[in-house]
Design a protein around this ligand. Structure first.
Ligand SMILES: NC(=O)C1=CN([C@@H]2O[C@H](COP(=O)(O)OP(=O)(O)OC[C@H]3O[C@@H](n4cnc5c(N)ncnc54)[C@H](O)[C@@H]3O)[C@@H](O)[C@H]2O)C=CC1
Ligand SMILES: O=C(CO)COP(=O)(O)O
Length: 334
């Protein structure tokens, strides 16, 4: 492995583990950091993360550890793959261990509760890294499909194009095709807001509605995402790309999506607490919907679907009421 890019992936859930496999398949020397010793030991010994990706064979070259210092030692790419709401706390502990010039790549698709910050903003704030050291990867990338090596594309955004290109080269495989972009705001918002729209699509699914309803939610969801993006300085073309429409369509349509599945259970009448108890995996939209709505309010952007999701998730509104509220809005031009 001499000369290979050294990468540390922090977070051994479904996407962190899958992306560690992608990097290893692309020829990087990868160490995956897990919180639980039994999971790290099982990944190393059995070549499988049975908790998050049962049946997926992980590359021999992939190492796992619970020791963050060991994972980060000599890494030139540091990949952050924990739930958005725990990033600040996790990263505060990891910051003293970060190699000084390493690229910091966020895989996360959420907005921080309380601050309405994007993940790259949290990363810069906690680590003191300049914005040009921080990148985001976002696109239609349901972990299980990528882990099974089904072909897919993605976007790596960084204000420093050279750095985006270096990360692109480090994770390019026969089944995973990254494109570069310099629009951090657009890529991060696309990823965070699509989870909220996927919750709405799940609710519709759970209520027994079909393709027209989903297509309407996807299209109007994209419209509200782009409105917010425009207000925050994103490039509108980003929302027509992989990190916008691409991810939105995949997540809103796939039974593999945790957000869509979460919404589906709400749509069938389960309470938020019941759904939360039924899964150990992260459905980012449940927490991010509120800060997304706050961003909209702060910038004078109407986000009716996001607002409806906030009301169902956090204000006790039923799925049936949510439909009524969305459908009885004032008629307007597209
Ligand atoms: N799973 C997927 O298909 C994709 C996920 N993402 C994004 O990647 C990020 C990570 O998601 P997943 O790996 O899917 O999540 P997950 O729920 O499968 O795993 C989360 C991982 O973070 C660890 N963790 C560290 N600190 C934690 C804390 N305080 N609380 C809970 N868990 C903690 C967990 O132990 C676990 O290994 C999310 O922002 C998600 O939106 C993005 C693309 C695809
Ligand atoms: O971001 C994803 C696909 O690109 C995964 O979506 P979920 O978090 O809803 O599973």
């Amino acid at each position: 492995m001499t000369g290979a890019v050294r990468a540390a992936v922090l977070g051994a859930g479904s996407w962190g583990t899958t992306f560690a496999k992608v990097l290893a398949d692309a020829g990087c020397a990868v160490t995956l950091h897990a919180r639980r010793p039994e999971l790290a030991a099982a990944i190393t010994a059995d070549r499988e993360n049975a908790d998050y990706l049962p049946g997926v064979r992980l590359p021999e070259s992939l190492r796992a550890t619970t020791d963050a210092a060991e994972a980060l030692d000599g890494a030139s790419v540091v990949v952050l793959a924990v739930p958005s709401q725990s990033l600040r706390e996790n990263l505060t502990a990891w910051t003293p261990l970060l190699p000084p010039d390493a690229s910091l790549l966020s895989l996360m698709k959420g907005i921080e509760l309380g601050t309405t910050k994007r993940m790259s903003e949290v990363i810069c704030e906690v680590t003191g890294a300049g914005a040009d050291r921080v990148a985001v990867l976002s696109g239609p990338n349901l972990a299980r499909e990528i882990a099974e090596e089904q072909p897919a594309a993605t976007v790596i955004a960084c204000p420093d194009h050279q750095r985006a290109a270096a990360i692109q080269a480090a994770c390019l495989t026969a089944y995973f095709r990254p494109y570069t972009n310099t629009d951090m705001v657009g890529c991060e918002l696309g990823g965070a807001v699509k989870n909220v729209i996927a919750l709405a699509c799940g609710v519709a699914e759970g209520m027994g509605f079909g393709d027209n309803t989903r297509a309407s939610l996807i299209t109007r969801g994209l419209a509200e995402t782009a409105r917010l993006g425009s207000a925050l300085g994103a490039e509108l073309t980003t929302f027509a790309g992989l990190a916008g429409l691409g991810d939105l369509v995949a997540t809103c349509s796939s039974p593999l999506s945790r957000n869509r599945t979460f919404g589906e259970k709400l749509g069938r009448g389960m309470s938020l607490e019941e759904v939360q108890r039924s899964t150990r995996q992260t459905a980012e939209g449940v927490k991010s919907c509120r800060p997304v709505l706050e961003l909209g309010l702060a910038h004078g952007v109407e986000m009716p679907i996001t607002e409806a999701v906030v009301r169902v998730c956090h204000e006790g509104v039923t799925a049936a009421q949510m439909v009524k509220e969305i459908m009885s809005r004032e008629a307007k031009a597209e």
